[in-house]
Design a binder for this molecule. Structure first.
Ligand code: ADP
Ligand code: ZN
Length: 438
């Protein structure tokens, strides 16, 4: 039986009624901070929330209007700042996957609070101060680098700020310093594994035991694949810069959904069309209210990430609710000849097939009036031989399996191992070459 360890046992296992009372106090604090920002001073007053006292129960959260990425961009640079400029000590920006980046400011206490949530997350996976943590994610404005770095130090691990890229150097660090824990995007972890094989790095020469994988959607089969290939225990890490970065929701050792740290964030799942809450357990858009940052308060932020809450409590004893694996963003959805398709549906199918290698790319083009979907897939060298007949058999098998699942007939192209582009940060899985409507 696993002996679960808690960074902050009182908070992590607090009974729901107490946790909700805590949230209510923090929500009032967040509203008070928000009313000091130019954006919310106007937005909240228009909605009749002109004082934190209007918030009497957690249900009153629904009196607060939603905040969108668009609002954050409009508020650039200081529309969301609630403290004097000389009190802020750091800024971060989102990676700008879907447009212009947005900027978040932190004061010293904000950084300390954020760090505690990351430390709690890391500790929940069974890591401790004896671990050596190689943080293979981008440092800089992206929150993953510095966020995990600080959390790792807080736990007392030795943190190697390696950043991504240069796998030969990564392997050297792993060997020289006896790395036990990795953090990277799932796509980069798969790339590391491919390179390990290519460069003949012996797994037995490394002490790796765990990895945190996040920043982009990935399927359960991808997790299993990384775990089997790298012989490592992989934990899902969810966060976004608008809510500080990593440490928003994280898997515990039960590895069955990410615990949303509800003393730091209030999560709601809404129907993105009607903006009403979905029924318990249903999938919808995750909306988050930050309860732990003073300098840039953000309330009811529409993440565009699709997820749902588990109803059952977790075996680890934590009372903070778990979210299901995020399948993608509302704006990731492709419409192919009228059929809706999320890239994650393709990943779910192909990553469970043993013939498929570690990388793939989805290409959408116009073919006359119709849309054409091509899935480029790397296959292992065992499959990628001169035997055209074997290649065709594999191609047909993948095509048929995909078609059965997504109801679209894709073109499948097989590519040699290591030939598709690899991103050091978030993987770019979709190339939509169709002309944009104007
Ligand atoms: P950007 O919105 O520019 O990508 P961020 O760097 O803040 O900015 O990325 C946050 C987003 O990354 C999330 O909103 C989500 O879409 C995605 N993401 C982060 N972690 C995960 C995860 N574990 N699973 C799926 N998606 C994730
Ligand atoms: Zn748990």
């Amino acid at each position: 039986m696993t002996a679960y360890q808690y960074w902050n046992p009182g908070m992590e296992t607090m009974i729901r009624s107490e946790l909700e009372a805590f949230q209510l106090e923090k929500l009032k604090w967040a509203v008070k901070n928000a009313l000091r920002t130019p954006f919310y001073a106007k937005r909240l007053k228009e909605a009749g929330v002109d004082s934190p006292d209007v918030i009497k129960t957690l249900d009153d959260l629904r009196r607060i209007p939603f905040t969108t990425k668009h609002d954050l961009r409009d508020g650039f640079p200081y529309g969301f700042l609630s403290v004097p400029k000389d009190e802020i000590v750091r800024l971060h920006a989102s990676s700008g996957t879907t447009g212009a980046p947005t900027t978040i400011y932190f004061n010293k206490e904000d950084i300390a609070r954020w760090t505690t949530f990351v430390a709690r997350s890391i500790y929940a996976t069974g890591c401790n101060k004896t671990d050596v943590f190689q943080n293979m994610i981008t440092y800089g404005l992206f929150t993953g680098g510095l966020g995990f770095h600080a959390g790792g130090e807080e736990v007392g691990m030795l943190v190697i700020p390696s950043g991504p890229g240069n796998t030969a150097r990564q392997f050297r660090f792993m060997r020289d310093f006896g790395t036990t824990v990795l953090h990277a995007t799932p796509s980069f972890l798969l790339h590391v594994e491919s390179k390990m094989r290519e460069e003949g790095v012996k797994r037995e020469s490394l002490k790796l035991r765990k990895a945190f994988a996040g920043a982009e959607p990935y399927s359960e089969d991808t997790r299993k694949r990384i775990e089997e290939l790298l012989k490592i225990d992989v934990y899902n890490s969810y966060g976004l810069s608008e809510m500080n970065g990593p440490g928003v929701a994280f898997e515990c050792q039960c590895k069955n959904g990410v615990h949303l740290w509800e003393d730091g964030y209030i999560g709601e799942i809404i129907n993105p069309d009607t903006l009403e809450p979905v029924k318990e357990g249903e999938t919808g858009e995750l909306t988050l209210t930050c309860l732990c940052r003073e300098a840039t308060p953000i309330l009811r932020y529409r993440t565009r990430d699709l997820s749902s809450f588990y109803n059952e409590p977790c075996a680890c004893g934590r009372t903070h609710r778990r979210l299901r694996r995020i399948t993608g963003r509302t704006d990731d959805m492709l419409i192919i000849n009228g059929v809706n398709l999320f890239p994650s549906q393709i990943e779910e199918v192909i990553m469970s097939m043993k013939e498929v290698g570690n990388n793939y790319l989805i290409v959408v083009e116009k073919d006359g009036a119709l849309d054409r979907l091509t899935v480029r897939i790397e296959v292992s060298s065992a499959v990628f031989t001169d035997d055209a007949r074997l290649l065709n058999v594999v191609k047909e098998k993948i095509r048929k399996t995909l078609q059965a699942s997504i109801t679209i007939n894709p073109k499948v192209e097989l590519h040699e191992h290591g030939s598709l582009p690899v991103s050091e940060g978030k993987a770019k899985r979709v190339q939509d070459n169709r002309p944009k409507d104007v």
